[in-house]
Design a protein around this ligand. Structure first.
Ligand SMILES: Cc1cc2nc3c(=O)[nH]c(=O)nc-3n(C[C@H](O)[C@H](O)[C@H](O)COP(=O)(O)O)c2cc1C
Length: 169
């Protein structure tokens, strides 16, 4: 082994999950941001933990509304997922530049994204300040699937490749 800079070693951390986090600001602006730092926080109750940079519009909206949606993107959503990952709702209405179709959620005021593999409505139950990010813990209060089976995984440098859900070799 050779001692290297942290960033050099971090190049080997992929593949990484990618989820689309949907939020709504206190003024009602709906936003989507892909998040790779996402994991399950607990199984009873079921929670999602997401790491969101403090500078993101998404961060402010979660602080304000205490709700968010986690959607697992399908292969059909690759282009729009990447668009949302490189543009901020602080600067533009990015959703109008995408083909995302939003549907009403059941238990929270944030919409879900049609044609995702699955979407989870979450209510904020805890948060951890990690300096430039916050880890938000959301309890799942409703979940939805579309029937889409081909998902996306990040193999590095925001290169999203397709995988088939549940496929056995
Ligand atoms: C594949 C991918 C994964 C990302 N993962 C994260 C992440 O884990 N945490 C984060 O804060 N930003 C992440 N980003 C960056 C945000 O999605 C991006 O900065 C977005 O424009 C924020 O939008 P907003 O300001 O409208 O909230 C990721 C972007 C891409 C393309």
């Amino acid at each position: 082994m050779k001692k290297v800079d942290i960033n050099e070693a971090m190049k080997f951390r992929h593949p990484e999950i990618v989820v689309n986090v949907v939020t709504k600001s206190k003024d009602g602006k709906v936003d989507v941001a892909p998040i790779g730092w996402a994991m399950l926080g607990s199984s009873n109750p079921e929670t999602w933990a997401i790491g969101v940079a403090k500078k993101h519009f998404t961060h402010q909206s979660i602080i304000d509304t205490k709700e968010f949606v986690v959607c697992l993107p399908s292969s059909k959503q690759k282009k729009d997922t990447l668009y949302c990952g490189f543009h901020s709702a602080w600067k533009e209405d990015k959703l109008s530049k995408t083909a995302f179709k939003l549907l009403s959620a059941d238990n929270i005021s944030i919409p879900i994204i049609d044609e995702s593999l699955a979407c989870f409505e979450c209510k904020l139950v805890d948060q951890m300040d990690t300096s430039d990010h916050t880890i938000f813990l959301g309890e799942i209060v409703a979940s939805h699937v579309s029937g889409e089976k081909i998902g996306l995984i990040n193999i590095g440098h925001s290169q999203l490749i397709e995988f088939e859900q549940g496929k056995k070799e």
